[in-house]
Write a protein that binds this ligand. Structure first.
Ligand code: CS2
Ligand code: MG
Length: 408
């Protein structure tokens, strides 16, 4: 069996999804997602210029060897661009393998460990009252877990993932007015004074059953993060996400020494080498990697297996930047992983997105259910894809009031 051709499509409804399709001489094909938010053309180029020419003629069933060749053979290893491109190839090869076996992917991983996988929705408000309305809307839809982000009084501009005005919807991160980023202003002191009380108020309003998550988005220094995690302990958060940047894996020790608030980290990691210490030293509770830019199913499964040895549960990234293809790959991992925790899930299901990526996976009452369609269980309508093209966009950057660049 041989790979005969592969194509890359960039575009989609409101997002630049990077979709890979690998064809074989037996008519079976596979799909992968290489979307890297606001850098989408780069994994696409890595695929067309290097990986695809090297794939032609290979046996698509050798997914492990192909992964090793692309990872080690590059000499310069890792990084989000290469790992997103390798990840897309890997997903497509697993899709082919499972289609050949005539089984849904989760059967090849070890079968179902649960009927449905818990997901969390996003709630956001320009102020606390606005946020309470947004949380209530999620609860009314049956979500059992909600990430809450709130505008901070006196903060010079709306901060991460909060709407500028009341009643607004939380903005998608990408600004499609161009590739030059807008600037948000951040003030740690205002945030630290306000947010613990806001989280406590959400707990009071919605009671003990609701799983409350909060994303600090790398904005605090390790000492501030430790103080914050300790202060919010009475709220009983499901998790506190990215309290401080984790490039310095040892910095997380300080948080652990001062607090038992569960910590979730990893959405920006591309490999096991960025989280092995966090996992082995049990400094986090949830690992947030994504199959897209952490090297696909082959590599993320390795991270999940390491995490399982250390009581670290999964909480894969699921921002709307991921296409339904990688969300499906994650859904199969979630339904199998013995150490599954939760899945971030943003309603992708616009009619346009469903038309481009038809699938029978679904979310009901805050749980995700995986279809038994062989493979990843997602199709790709190439005629629909022809309606879209790449739109340049950017993430904001963050500065302090005096102009110092800060962490987005
Ligand atoms: C966020 C992301 O979902 C999350 O937890 O941190 O939305 C993140 O801002 C984007 O993926 C950046 O591209
Ligand atoms: Mg996050």
């Amino acid at each position: 069996m041989k790979i005969t051709d592969a194509k890359v499509f960039v575009g989609g409804p409101g997002k630049n999804y990077v979709t890979l399709k690998i064809m074989t001489d037996q008519g079976v094909f596979g799909l992968g997602d290489a979307t890297l938010n606001n850098r989408e053309t780069l994994p696409a180029k890595y695929l067309t210029d290097y990986l695809i020419p090297n794939l032609i003629g290979l046996d698509p069933r050798k997914s492990e060897d192909i992964w090793q060749v692309f990872y080690r053979g590059a000499y310069f290893r890792r990084g989000p661009v290469a790992m997103a491109a390798i990840g897309a190839v890997d997903m497509a090869l697993w899709d082919i393998k499972a289609r050949l076996a005539n089984m849904p992917l989760y059967q090849l991983l070890g079968g179902k460990s649960r009927d449905g996988a818990l997901v969390y929705a996003h709630a956001a408000g320009a102020d606390l009252e606005d946020l309470i309305g947004s949380v209530a809307a999620c609860v009314a839809q049956g979500y059992k877990a909600v990430r809450v982000q709130c505008g901070v009084p006196g903060m010079p501009t709306a901060s991460y993932a909060t709407p500028d005005t009341k009643g607004g919807t939380a903005p998608f991160i990408t600004d499609f007015s161009g590739i030059r980023p807008k600037t948000e202003i951040w003030d740690t002191e205002r945030y630290m004074r306000f947010m613990p009380g806001a989280l406590a108020e959400i707990r009071d309003r919605f009671g003990p059953e609701l799983k409350i998550l909060h994303d600090v988005h790398h904005r605090l220094l390790p000492r501030e993060a430790a103080a914050f995690a300790r202060e919010v302990e009475p709220v009983g958060l499901f998790w506190l996400e990215d309290p401080t940047p984790a490039e310095d894996q040892d910095a997380l020790k300080l948080i652990r020494q001062h607090s038992t608030t569960p910590i979730a980290i990893g959405e920006v990691f591309n490999s096991i080498w960025e989280c092995n210490k966090l996992i082995e030293h049990e400094l986090i509770d949830f690992i947030r990697v994504a199959v897209t830019y952490a090297g696909g199913i082959t590599h993320v499964r390795r991270i999940v297996e390491l995490a399982a040895l250390h009581h670290v549960r999964t909480g894969f990234h699921g921002a709307p930047s991921h296409s339904p293809i990688s969300m499906a790959a994650q859904a199969h991992l979630n339904i199998w992983a013995p150490n599954f925790g939760i899945q971030e899930y943003l309603v992708l299901g616009t009619p346009e997105c469903d038309a481009l990526f038809p699938s029978d996976h679904y979310v009901a009452k805050g749980m995700q259910y995986v279809s038994d369609t062989p493979g990843l269980g997602v199709a790709f309508d190439e005629a629909e894809a022809g309606r879209y093209e790449y739109q340049p966009g950017s993430h904001p950057i963050v500065r302090l009031e005096d102009g110092t660049l800060w962490n987005y």
